[in-house]
Design a binder for this molecule. Sequence first.
Ligand SMILES: [Zn+2]
Length: 187
Amino acid sequence: MMWIVWGGPTKPGPAWILVGGMAAGMILGALFIMRFQQVEVVERVRTYIFGDKSLELPKPVTPPPPGMAWVKALTTAYCPCVICCEKEHQDWKTSTNRDIRIHPYGIASAHKLVPPGIWLDIPGYGHAMVDDTGGAMRQDAQRGIVHLDLRFEEHQVARRWGRRWTWIALPIDSGAAKLQPEPETTH
Ligand SMILES: [Zn+2]
């Protein structure tokens, strides 16, 4: 019966090589697209398979500044280019109407977790205002993840930032701090 299905006991012919080549090409093409457009997909699969080592990040040893709480956050990076933002930034304005030509650096968040207008210190990035938002941040907020997207001027620099977990001091009354309540401390 199998002979009929497979076209008889023949060796793989040019047709099979063509089909195999096309399949390999599609896989390579998909990987290529993921590499250059959706780096996050690769990272998510890696995190799913191997777990997220960064989640073991030790908490800062000193207490947070007054009125703030340490919150574990996922940071990613973007720039105003079409790959990072599609059409969103082609008018040079953030979601809070801030002109990115004047303010090249800033932070995008899910505003219900991290409100716009506040200034944050992001280790390795700097001191910047929350002035933008994005679908990925809002989606991660639904899953209980505090996700901040950091704005860079250059795409290559944003790419180099990648995806990093870090502890950030956020206002104690923000949605993010309430999401990760601080255990009772004896400081
Ligand atoms: Zn970009």
